[in-house]
Design a protein around this ligand. Structure first.
Ligand code: C5P
Length: 253
């Protein structure tokens, strides 16, 4: 059997050349990293859950007319996506204060934002993905003025959709990060939501109890990450047929 070509290995995913030109296979790993990879662990089953959850969100976005790179899920750990040129920005949308915005602005965690706030970070691990302004983005040519208008509109549509989906299952979408890619069609380009949308890239709090159901469980040692992600998948009705084993053995009577 021919070995497939690895295109890129990231912290949580590996990309392989897809079966058709213009396609890529995204393999979801079990690696969890935080604080720019200073903290690293293997969380059994995380890749399976993120693959299925990302499929769920990307398909849902497609159904409401938000273009994404997603084509189809291939198996428990892999999905086929359209190859695109990733814009070197992390687009963050915040509905409530948490994480870096609390440190930066001295806000108390959980403070509701006056309206959804969109931030841009320059994607560069060696610099720690610094916050940048639209001036930097325009001056360094990372995205055009038209791209920025389209990115803002996509980010807010993703926020509306995901906030609603989570609210329906008793979860508050505190914030999230997306990445946007360019797909070329002849002389034209189209922007699509790319990478992944999963509890690795969102902050999700249970509305009733405030329990954290996202990567902060790992960042802040708050318990089992698999349990948290499994709870998200269970509420959304997308649990895989063979749920990944939880972190520790359980006694069965
Ligand atoms: O760390 P910060 O508070 O800026 O993160 C905001 C949101 O973006 C969080 O949901 C976090 O998980 C996500 N994020 C991400 N990847 C990064 C930085 C932030 O998924 N490199």
């Amino acid at each position: 059997m021919a070995r497939r070509k690895k295109i890129y290995e990231g912290k949580a995913k590996t990309l392989f050349e897809g079966p058709e030109p213009g396609t890529i296979v995204q393999y979801f790993k079990d690696d969890a990293t935080a604080f720019n990879a200073e903290k690293h662990d293997i969380i059994e089953g995380k890749g399976v859950l993120n693959n299925i959850l990302s499929e769920y969100f990307m398909q849902g976005l497609g159904q409401i007319g938000v273009p994404t790179h997603f084509l189809k899920r291939l198996n428990m750990r892999e999905q086929l996506v359209r190859s695109c040129e990733i814009i070197p920005l992390e687009i963050i949308v915040r509905n409530y204060a948490a994480g870096t915005v609390c440190k930066r602005l001295g806000l108390e965690e959980g403070t509701q934002m006056p309206r959804p706030i969109v931030e841009y970070c320059y994607k560069d691990d060696s610099l720690g993905d610094p916050l940048v302004s639209e001036e930097h983005i325009a001056a360094f040519g990372w995205a055009s003025q038209q791209d920025m208008e389209d990115i803002l509109s996509l980010a807010l549509r993703v926020n509306d959709f995901m906030s609603g989906v989570f609210y329906a299952v008793g979860i508050r979408l505190v914030d999230f990060k997306i990445e946007i890619g360019r797909v070329y069609n002849g002389d034209f380009q189209r922007l699509v939501v790319a990478d992944e949308i999963s509890p690795d890239s969102c902050r999700l709090w249970d509305i009733e109890t405030g329990r954290k159901l996202d990567k902060d469980v790992f960042r802040r040692d708050l318990g089992s990450l698999t349990d948290a992600y499994t709870e998200v998948a269970r509420r959304l009705g997308v649990m895989p047929n063979n749920p990944p084993a939880a972190g520790k053995p359980t006694l069965v009577n």
